[in-house]
Design a protein around this ligand. Structure first.
Ligand code: SF4
Ligand code: SF4
Length: 505
């Protein structure tokens, strides 16, 4: 607590007498103080709401210590547990029987636990193990490589405590900091990292468990975590990871239920909660804010200082006037496109494509790109549309015939001229595919090998190793999800988009 405001708030921090809700702190059932403000650069302000209690917490009041301060932390735990055990047992039993029912209904799907290093997925893990005691359910973890160090420590402890649990770790395709340089730092709106560093690695490991089938992924997701999660279903197919049928046994548990569970069962816990973080995520999460920024920078000052330096460097290089204020005030979290108040992130033009209808031929369209491209990659990117027959003249141009369920078209591409001419078999095909082909061509010039496309494909047909984009013809069902399922057709292009989010050239 001392690191938060620069002075000790309690004489004995180990006492279980100070409780927090948001940024208000309570003792003996009364509000003692509130912390406000605070960010990477500034500590928060301490507003004492009850001077008498504050003095007692600090051990500065003479005389007999009040009962609530003399109570042993174990006694507090026992009191809370005894008062609420009926509710807790009911919740656990209901969640376990729900898991067993879902498992019976989807007996063909292998179960996994999606473990994140947080308090909720720890409860989900224990309940899943109790629901299926005869199985060793694999736990999958996406190592974003930018987790809090306390999460890595907790992961080691969790594995020590659960030696029989198979634990699979997925890694992202690209380095986070390199991607920040190439497609701009993530923001609340441009949260590409959730796809590239969370969903894509999780997809990889789930695929290792399930092969071509889906997995039954037990998570700790809860509606009460945020407004955005209010509409979550208990069993869901609507999410970024196409290979999973998501099962959320705790979806209606309150924060209180989760904390109560931890107080009663006392498993190992991520230390970050003890500092006051409500949720444990990545070090540099753009969805965080002044408060979590301040907490994390108090604990890991060197890492946050390096991140702040990188942000200032990138936004200065993009032409943002006062980059330091832009970063320290948290404005960087609000960027929605590659255009920041008239300044541009590096590479913002890389995704742009002009579509020029042919005057003489109503069946043809020419796409004008802004960069040279590779004909072999183009050949791969046409596969979602159907079977591709190709003829590539080394170094100059390529001709492709594509036939499939969406219609037929031919392609004449000249990398040196940065042009791709497409001739459709009929007007209906042109109407259906003209925009979709443009989305796909964005990948041709903007792909940085982030792994998002592979995560979207239910069939595991996309094998992209770095920028080497390949599609396995034998697996592709031509569903076009990897094209239409990504805004701007490409996560990287969307992050650099200079038009209003949701509108693409
Ligand atoms: S998502 Fe997969 S199966 Fe569907 S078109 Fe793309 S590569 Fe083919
Ligand atoms: S095309 Fe775009 S979204 Fe797909 S892997 Fe490449 S960078 Fe990621």
């Amino acid at each position: 607590m001392q690191g938060l405001v620069g002075e000790p708030l309690m004489a004995r921090p180990a006492d279980l007498v100070l409780w927090r809700s948001g940024r208000d702190y309570f003792a003996a059932g009364r509000k003692v103080f509130r912390l406000s403000g605070g960010n990477y650069a500034e500590p928060p302000r301490l507003q004492v709401l009850d001077e008498d209690l504050m003095q007692r917490l600090r051990g500065r009041r003479k005389g007999r210590r009040p009962n609530w301060l003399r109570r042993d932390p174990e006694e507090t735990r026992a009191l809370l547990g005894d008062a609420n055990i009926v509710r807790l047992v009911r919740l656990e039993e209901e969640a376990i029987s729900f898991l067993q029912d879902v498992r019976r209904e989807h007996a063909d799907l292998p179960p996994v636990v999606s473990w994140s290093g947080g308090k909720d997925s720890t409860v989900a893990s224990v309940l899943a193990q109790r629901a299926f005691p005869d199985e060793r359910i694999p736990h999958v973890f996406a190592d974003t490589t930018i987790e809090l160090p306390s999460t890595y420590e907790f992961m080691r402890e969790f594995r020590r405590e659960n030696p029989a649990v198979p634990f699979l770790i997925g890694m992202p395709a690209r380095d986070f900091f390199e991607l920040c340089r190439e497609i701009g730092p993530p923001s609340r709106i441009q949260r590409w990292c959730c796809t590239t560093h969370k969903a894509a690695p999780l997809t990889d490991v789930m695929r290792a468990v399930a092969g071509d089938s889906q997995v039954l992924a037990v998570t700790g997701l809860r509606r009460h975590e945020s407004a955005g999660r209010q509409s979550y279903d208990r069993v869901s197919n609507r999410h970024k990871i196409s290979i999973q049928l998501q099962v959320n046994p705790l979806v209606d548990w309150h924060d209180f239920d989760i904390w109560l569970w931890h107080l009663v069962h006392r498993p190992a816990m991520n230390e970050a909660y003890r500092w006051g973080l409500d949720r444990v995520g990545c070090m540099y999460c753009p969805s965080g804010g002044g408060w979590s920024d301040h907490l994390i920078s108090s604990i890991y000052p060197a890492k946050i200082a390096a991140w702040r330096d990188l942000l200032v460097e990138l936004f200065s290089a993009s032409g943002v006037g006062d980059a330091e204020s832009y970063v320290d005030s948290g404005q960087w979290r609000g960027r929605s496109t590659g255009n920041i108040g008239g300044a541009y992130l590096a590479g913002t033009r890389a995704y742009e494509i002009d579509t020029v209808p042919c005057q003489d031929d109503p069946y043809s369209v020419t796409y004008e790109l802004t960069a040279n491209f590779d004909l072999r990659v183009l050949s791969e990117l046409l596969k979602p549309f159907g079977t591709v027959h190709r003829q590539i003249e080394p170094g100059f141009c390529g001709d492709f015939e594509v036939t499939g369920k969406w219609g037929a078209f031919s392609v004449h591409a000249v990398p040196r001229w940065r042009k791709v001419r497409v001739t459709f078999d009929r007007p209906a095909t042109r109407r259906r595919l003209m925009g979709t082909i443009r989305l796909q061509l964005r990948k041709l010039q903007a792909c940085v090998g982030c792994g998002a496309c592979a995560a979207l494909c239910q069939r595991g047909a996309i094998v992209s190793v770095g920028r080497n984009y390949r599609i396995r013809e034998d697996q592709c069902t031509h569903c076009l999800e990897c094209v239409r399922g990504l805004k701007a057709g490409c996560r990287a292009a969307h992050s650099l988009n200079v038009r209003r989010v949701g509108q693409h050239a």
